[in-house]
Write a protein that binds this ligand. Sequence first.
Ligand SMILES: NC(=O)c1ccc[n+]([C@@H]2O[C@H](COP(=O)([O-])OP(=O)(O)OC[C@H]3O[C@@H](n4cnc5c(N)ncnc54)[C@H](OP(=O)(O)O)[C@@H]3O)[C@@H](O)[C@H]2O)c1
Length: 264
Amino acid sequence: MKLEDRTVLITGASQGIGAATARIFAAHHPLRLALLARSEDRLQALAKELNTRPGVQALALVADVASEQAVQNAIQQAERAFGTVDILINNAGVGMRSPVGEIDNVLARQLFDVNYWGSINCIEAILPAMKAKRGGLIINISSIVGRRAMPNAGIYCGSKFALNALSEAMRLELRAHNIRVVSFYPGVTKTEMGRNELTGDVSQRRGNRIRKTPVDVVGKAIVRAAQREPRDAYATWFDRFFVLTATLAPSLMDWMLARSYSTE
Ligand SMILES: NC(=O)c1ccc[n+]([C@@H]2O[C@H](COP(=O)([O-])OP(=O)(O)OC[C@H]3O[C@@H](n4cnc5c(N)ncnc54)[C@H](OP(=O)(O)O)[C@@H]3O)[C@@H](O)[C@H]2O)c1
């Protein structure tokens, strides 16, 4: 999709991948950016920064994606300010690590409320206007571990597998309405996500030794996916290779993951 003169709504825009993606989108002005998350101060600071860029209008939308009503209100606010949203980026998400047998059901449901139902809430709120306009683009931010689950992260991975299923179904359903759906799979990225996890002490884990992709690289790849509208998109060749290996050689991947996650 041509990005200039569009309205883009990014959830989870107060930090990390969402904020980086907003900054990169801002290069494609004129552009209207609706930035949604719960942290008002961070959102207002980012909106202020982006509003200084020529041709960019940015609006902070304070909402919890887990609340259907709050999302409806926020999207109505965006539509009143900017008109129909052309591009929705479902990026808000939280992590959680718990081995099976130690899963806190309340937190696990909270995670699904954000990662899975939060995306559904945004899609449902935005679709009527996109359908009426007969066009739009929805990018669902999944994860490479939404294609191949990792030890101690079954709940988080499950939420991303569920999101992929939704993307696959809606991609075909929405084709007749000229609304495209991209599944984007980041790998390990340098953000505060580990600190924001619902449970777990991440400092001791071996997985943390993996080289993390800079957040700008991921943001650029998301903006490129918005331009090119592929079915599936990745930020790096390593991420693509990881998913390919997991698909073609699942037992080899079991062996590699078991080795790197064993406690010794
Ligand atoms: N970092 C990685 O290694 C990695 C890898 C693969 C996939 N991903 C995915 O990429 C996305 C972004 O992750 P990130 O690394 O940028 O994480 P992050 O730095 O922790 O940022 C998460 C964003 O989501 C927002 N958010 C969380 N809960 C929310 C809620 N209930 N309602 C509205 N907004 C909410 C947060 O804002 P507030 O706290 O202000 O609400 C924040 O802006 C997530 O979907 C994540 O699963 C990340």
